[in-house]
Design a protein around this ligand. Structure first.
Ligand code: ADP
Ligand code: ZN
Length: 293
């Protein structure tokens, strides 16, 4: 038996790897995301001499994750040069005659965390990344949850912090969650990269406020067994205690669940798989594709 192949297809970089059905990563490479032809050529090159039984890919979005749609497997309306309406799954299928699972990057990271990461004892989780953008994926009963297409939780509306006069960065909505809280919003609002802002900077009060509001909405709409916060901005670990406290404040005792009321420290957590959530998830997606063929 061969390995399972995984691809974490990000807007900035692609990570390819192989692993075992229990999610152990055996080998990995990473390269910058350039034009689709060039990037996919590197993917083909990596897997060419690997014995893979199935492949899973978590792609940056927006994508079409609906198997019955004519554009299933496409990256759809991205502004990223060259990638708009790009048939990523089609290109992979042409090259590799194995079952291939295709889904959104954050959905696949959520699958990794729900199966082998911070939520491995639970039936699912909500995984949010706050980095270049904001995105989130839901896993329930071990499966990724999509609707008409994948959810777009990064663009939900939040109430403004009274001290925030930044117009917001989202080209579609201005001050949606991503427009106010993603890495580029931090940088534009404060004039320096998030990583350079000290822990006691006002920026983090605002950041925590917006993420807490988003988590309140997510709890009220989805009741995930756990919320996992990853991405570059989440490396600011001092955000976690502020967010936990604020989520409890916002909920104000309305949701009476011991997991939240008594154990918020293990309810809102960083990824258990660290930076491997995406690649591990894509290997697990390959496993699902193999089982479901
Ligand atoms: P991507 O979202 O492109 O996959 P990341 O999750 O690393 O990649 O997010 C990159 C964004 O996160 C950038 O806007 C960057 O400024 C911000 N960022 C990265 N590291 C940190 C940090 N330690 N603290 C705050 N912001 C960070
Ligand atoms: Zn938006």
């Amino acid at each position: 038996m061969g390995y399972l192949g995984g691809i974490e297809g990000g807007g900035t970089k692609f990570v390819c790897g192989i692993g075992t059905p229990d999610g152990n990563i055996i080998d990995r490479v990473s390269f910058p995301t350039t034009q689709p032809e060039e990037t996919l050529e590197q993917v083909f090159g990596y897997f060419a001499d690997k014995q893979i039984d199935a492949l899973g890919i978590g792609s940056f979005g927006p994508i079409d994750p609906n198997p019955s749609s004519p554009t299933y497997g496409y990256v759809t309306s991205t502004p990223k040069p060259g990638w708009s309406n790009c048939n990523v799954l089609g290109a992979l299928k042409e090259r590799f005659q194995v079952p291939i699972g295709f889904d959104l990057d954050v959905n696949v990271a959520a699958l990794g965390e729900a199966t082998l990461g911070a939520a491995r004892e639970l039936s699912g989780c909500l995984y949010m990344t706050v980095g270049t953008g904001v995105g989130a994926g839901l896993v329930a009963n071990g499966r990724i949850v999509n609707g008409l297409t994948h959810p777009e939780m990064g663009h939900i509306l939040v109430r403004r912090h009274p001290d925030d006069d930044f117009a917001g960065n989202c080209p579609f909505h201005g001050d949606c969650l991503e427009g106010l809280a993603a890495g580029p919003a931090l940088e534009r609002r404060w004039g320096v990269k998030g990583a350079e802002l000290p822990a006691d900077h006002k920026a983090w009060e605002l950041e925590a406020e917006y993420l807490s509001q988003a988590f309140m909405t997510i709890i009220l709409t989805m009741m995930p067994p756990k919320i996992i916060l990853g991405g570059g901005v989440s490396k600011q670990t001092h955000l976690f205690p502020i967010i936990r406290r604020r989520v409890l404040e916002l909920l104000n005792g309305y949701v009476v669940l011991p997991q939240i009321l008594e154990d918020i420290d293990s309810y809102i957590v960083p990824p258990g798989l660290g930076d491997n959530a995406g690649l591990t998830g894509s290997i697990l997606l390959a496993k699902q594709a193999l089982a479901g063929r």
